[in-house]
Write a protein that binds this ligand. Structure first.
Ligand code: AMP
Length: 251
């Protein structure tokens, strides 16, 4: 497995290989949810690339960015073990040679609901970095988790708007035995908070009616930001202490 930090070196290497490329962007601290995307990427392409980059421009909350778990060596060994060919791990200066003067933004009805409503500028930072990563890696297929449902919605629109010849492939949410989606943020929960998150996940999956759900969730020590339906899915975001978790399910 090769590790690249420099976008130009990676681009040159990819050009010289002339292979069908699959790409999985991540922010590291990899769990089985990420690894499912990576395995699919390996199966369906000739050269598999995973990026590990905690993109600060998509964080609306500085402390969330500062506390984002970094486990680079561990991540690299997990990726090597399953057979990923390339890890791309750039720095901020690598990724933002112009600072953040040039950006991709989205502005429509959907950017004002769910994550768009509560995480100001999140999607602009996310789309900007994904555009950069797609331009660097030039994949045939790129893989994203349906856990970030609205993210896939905007990435598909960006790919269409900018005529990028890339298949955007959504992958099912990987959950624990209590239906809690695996997430890097789960590692920040203490034992009691993890139990609450698992109870919330189970409850979320047992009821479809929004008002009933809101009532049922009242007994837990959480702050619900939203429970709303969008594109035939029910979406939830809530805080346990300082930690913000999201989930969605098909209705
Ligand atoms: P992140 O490192 O959190 O930015 O996630 C990188 C990619 O992995 C995104 O496309 C996420 O939607 C996806 N992902 C994260 N957690 C899960 C999960 N539990 N199941 C499936 N995909 C996931």
């Amino acid at each position: 497995m090769k590790i690249f930090n420099c976008p130009l070196k990676l681009q040159n290497f990819i050009l010289s290989e002339n292979k069908k490329i699959g790409f999985v962007p991540t922010m590291g601290n990899l769990h089985d949810g990420h690894l499912e995307l990576c395995k699919k990427c390996i199966d369906e392409n000739d050269l598999s690339i995973v990026s590990i980059y905690v993109n600060q421009t998509q964080f609306n909350n500085q402390s969330d960015f500062n506390n984002y778990p970094i486990t680079f060596d561990d991540d690299v060994s997990k990726l090597e073990k399953i057979g990923i060919d390339i890890v791309f791990a750039p720095t901020f200066d690598n990724m933002y040679p112009d600072g953040f003067d040039t950006k991709i933004s989205c502005n429509n009805d959907v950017s004002k609901i769910l994550e768009g409503k509560y995480r100001k500028n999140h999607f602009n930072g996310m789309l900007s970095v994904v555009m950069k990563l797609l331009n660097i890696t030039r994949p045939y297929n790129a893989y994203f988790g349906e856990k970030d449902f609205q993210q896939i919605y905007f990435i598909k629109r960006m790919v269409k708007a900018y005529f990028l010849p890339i298949n955007i492939i959504g992958c099912p949410i990987v959950r624990d035995e209590h239906m809690l989606p695996l997430s890097s943020r789960n590692n920040r929960l203490n034992k009691k908070q993890l139990q609450i998150a698992q109870n919330v996940a189970t409850t979320f999956h047992n009821y479809d009616d929004i008002e009933t759900l809101k009532q049922k969730l009242k007994k837990y020590d959480i702050k619900v930001e939203y429970i709303e339906s969008f594109e035939n899915h029910l979406h939830i975001a809530y805080f346990i202490g300082e930690i913000r978790l999201i989930d969605n399910k098909k209705l």
